[in-house]
Design a protein around this ligand. Structure first.
Ligand code: UDP
Length: 325
């Protein structure tokens, strides 16, 4: 495979690059290094078959150039994270909508297979236990910046789906639920690296809202091979496929679990949503996937649990890779 990975210097992108190189593929990574970092790619520096191109998915000429040589495109580049959505709303919408349109058109022109990373955010406030791919979106006002990421990703999905139908492009949508692991940064809001960092420093863990909100956290090393399998799965063409785990935990319990697992002396403090995200913020009270479609299509079955995640994130933040990833 000659793969293009957009967002290669990001958290998931960098693990995908490593996985593809380990499997003997040639990989070009495109990233504007806005939230991704060169440090994320240090592990693949100098490896045969690897090339990094600094550039934006908004740059049509650059995207065309890097797509021309690829037979498979993994489109992961996006403006992600609750703080990014809050602080860079306009830029985020442009990257997430126009960037995907640009990559999709390039993949169509060059007849490349395409996997587009979408998000469980598209389900919005739907609290159903076991969200399935055809379940309804329940979202708030588009005038609240809080929903702009959900809206942008939903539009991406509509674009991909319509393009597959109109032009037969071999594209698939991966709907990622909370994906966590080494290299994820807490700078943009993600809770697991924030809690682990706070626990390691002995600082209070900051639980936003009541702490009763529920998420399911899946290890990035379970997600990455599934992305590769989905990109190559003909039956998945034109479909959106959930990827995540159904193991639920409340954010309050997550804080306790991180403290216990790391033997930390940290305490837990609560912060109101208004204090953290500004006025009018709505959180998602529960987000739990049903991944039976991914199981049917590619045999998807996550193998790692939350303790594996906490250990790996802590090892990463302490500056050493875990012996067994
Ligand atoms: N959260 C928290 N403390 C933090 C960061 C996040 O309590 O320091 C909460 C956040 O409000 C949300 C949950 O943890 O309810 C998951 O947040 P994240 O941004 O990781 O993922 P998402 O909200 O997109 O599921």
């Amino acid at each position: 495979m000659r793969a293009l990975v957009t967002g290669a210097a990001g958290f998931i992108g960098s693990h995908l690059v490593e996985h593809l190189l380990d499997a003997g593929h040639e990989v070009v990574g495109l990233d504007d290094l806005s939230t991704g970092t060169a440090a994320n790619l240090a592990a693949v520096d100098g490896r045969a078959g690897w090339e990094f191109v600094r550039g934006s998915v908004l740059d049509e000429a650059r995207v065309d150039e890097v797509t021309a040589g690829a037979d498979t495109v993994f489109h992961l580049a996006a403006a992600v994270g609750a703080f990014v959505v809050r602080d860079r709303t306009i830029e985020g919408i442009r990257i997430n909508v126009h960037g995907t349109d640009t990559v999709l058109e390039a993949a169509r022109r060059h007849s490349a297979r395409l996997l587009v990373a979408s998000s469980s955010e598209i389900y919005g406030k739907n609290t159903k236990i076991g969200l399935r791919e055809d379940d309804d979106r329940i979202v708030g006002s588009p005038l609240m910046h809080r929903w702009s990421y959900s809206e942008a990703k939903a539009l991406d999905e509509s674009l991909v789906s319509a393009t597959v139908e109109a032009h037969g492009v071999p594209a698939v949508i991966a709907r990622l639920f909370n994906t966590v692991g080494p290299r994820q940064t807490g700078l943009y809001g993600m809770v697991v690296p924030r809690f682990v960092g706070q626990a390691l420093a002995g600082d209070p863990l900051t639980v936003f809202g009541t702490g009763e909100q529920i998420r399911c956290f899946c290890h990035v090393l379970d997600i990455v091979p599934a992305l590769v399998a989905l990109a190559g799965c003909d039956e998945a063409r034109g479909r959106a496929v959930n990827l995540g785990t159904a193991d639920q935990i409340s954010i309050g319990s997550l804080a306790d679990r991180v403290i216990a697992r790391l033997g930390s002396s940290s305490t837990v403090v609560r912060r109101s949503y208004e204090e953290v995200y500004g006025r009018g913020y709505e959180d998602l009270q529960r987000r739990v996937p049903d991944c039976s479609l991914a199981r049917e299509l590619i045999g998807f079955r996550p193998a790692r649990d939350l303790d594996d995640v906490i250990d790996a994130v802590a090892a990463d933040q302490l500056g050493h890779r875990p012996a067994v990833a």
